[in-house]
Ligand binder design. Structure first.
Ligand SMILES: Cc1ncc(COP(=O)(O)O)c(C=O)c1O
Length: 432
């Protein structure tokens, strides 16, 4: 059912109206398709691994609302749990047992987490963890990596990958120099650069934060020894190691990258999957560090809707579904078939390409690679990616509208979906 002439009249009308109402017509920049060209499609509904747009076109979805939909969209058990929770009210602003349940699940799953605080987004989690890093160490500088995204807080908008890179902005107007002057950056996978920063800033660096597998500069994996090396260097300098697992948490393994690679950071940020499609973020880690958070300790951080019963419910049910036997084997198997298939097709059709996958996260760059960091990722042929993206979209496959985003699979993708995606990719790459 390959459809090359999709009708998108309603999408165009709605998006045109949206542009008068909201900056760029969207609530988050990358959704506007700026880096791939053409108009975004406007969604009507989502179910399992599929999206339907307002003109009635159906797509196989590899964005999964940017990560949360790992069990498939609108999973019947998540929806049923939400219906039940809804009857009890939408927000408490007070303790609920649901928070205990999700907290225990997160603590059991993620090696570094002994205590957790729930917030409403990944951005919030990263902002809060930064304050905590600084408070615990009594130091102000931090190291982040070029191309890693940790939400849109001022202190992190330096070489921040994804949306920022997509728009070609070095960082953002409105971010004062004073907010970023303590943010040091190094190329991803470069331990020597990290060592040099520690040497140049003795006893001043609170810690190192990173995406343990990068998803915001395209899909980039850590070289052998990189995560271990960071663990050693931070320990040696009395600094903290923070894994931003907003994207990788519960996605590349149930216990995230730290389980997958066997490296335990001091603190971890989470988001996306733990909210099962509702707004949740979290940060957690060693008990001695987390005990500094108010009201247990002096580091202030709060939230009206934090620990919201609907969000907790969706998170709990999503994690329960992920605990069922075979889930990560299935995710790995279909994603490997997809990632390998895309590379084989690129090779067969004469396009230099590289990429790969870990569990339910994958990527493809239009450069022969290898891609170890953001500078390497930028060698990808963006114009070609734009044409590839449009060709796939027009034939019913929805990929992230940026070369600098990882792709996501989910439990609802069938073998037939993967086969169809590869058949479409072959057709598109043959005509690029
Ligand atoms: C690694 C990482 N950290 C933080 C964030 C920010 O999360 P949110 O968009 O929920 O604020 C994202 C979002 O994509 C992310 O991928």
């Amino acid at each position: 059912m390959v459809n090359t002439t999709i009708k998108t009249t309603k999408s165009q009308e709605i998006f045109a109206a949206a542009q008068n109402l909201m900056p760029g017509g969207v609530s988050s920049p990358v959704r506007a398709f700026k880096s791939v060209g053409g108009q975004p499609i406007v969604f009507d509904r989502v179910k399992d691994a599929y999206i339907w747009d307002v003109d009635g076109n159906q797509y196989i979805d590899y964005v999964g609302t940017w990560g949360p939909a790992i069990c498939g969209h609108a999973h019947p058990e998540v929806i049923a749990a939400l219906h039940e929770a809804l009857e009890k009210g939408t927000s408490f602003g007070a303790p609920s047992v649901l928070e205990n349940v999700l907290a225990e699940m997160v603590i059991d799953a993620v090696p570094s987490i002994e205590m957790v605080r729930f917030v409403n987004s990944g951005t919030e989690a990263c902002m809060a963890v930064l304050r905590l890093m600084r408070a615990f160490t009594n130091r102000e500088k931090i190291i982040k990596f070029e191309g890693c995204y940790h939400g849109h807080a001022d202190m992190f908008l330096v070489k921040a990958g994804s949306g920022v890179a997509t728009l070609g902005l070095p960082d953002s107007p409105g971010v004062p120099k004073s907010a970023t002057m303590n943010t040091l950056t190094a190329p991803y996978n470069d331990l020597e650069a990290v060592k040099a920063l520690f040497a140049e800033n003795p006893n001043q660096i609170a810690g190192v934060i990173l995406e343990p597998v990068v998803g915001n500069a395209g899909f980039i994996t850590p070289d052998a020894g990189f995560l271990e090396g960071l663990r050693e260097i931070t320990r040696e300098h009395g600094a903290l190691l923070v894994f931003d697992e907003v994207m990788t948490g519960f996605r590349i393994a149930y216990g995230g990258a730290q389980e997958k690679f066997g490296v335990t950071p001091d603190l971890t940020t989470l988001g996306k999957v733990i909210g099962g499609g509702l707004p949740v973020g979290a940060y957690g880690g060693r008990r001695d560090i987390m005990s500094m958070i108010a009201p247990a300790g002096p580091v202030y951080q709060a939230g009206t809707l934090s620990g919201n019963p609907l969000a907790m419910t969706a998170g709990i049910k999503t994690l329960e579904l992920l605990q069922r036997p075979g889930t990560y084997d299935y995710l790995d198997q279909i994603t490997q078939k997809l990632a390998d298939g895309l590379l084989e097709i690129a090779q067969a059709t004469g396009h230099p390409a590289c990429g790969g996958h870990i569990s339910a996260m994958f990527g493809l760059f239009f450069t022969s690679g290898p891609v170890h960091n953001y500078e390497d990722a930028k060698k990808s042929d963006m114009a070609k990616f734009g044409r590839f993206h449009r060709g796939m979209l027009e034939r019913g496959v929805y990929l992230a509208p940026s070369q600098f985003e990882a792709g996501f699979t989910c439990l609802a993708h069938t073998q037939a979906d993967i086969d169809q995606t590869l058949a479409v990719a072959k057709e598109v790459m043959s005509s690029l």
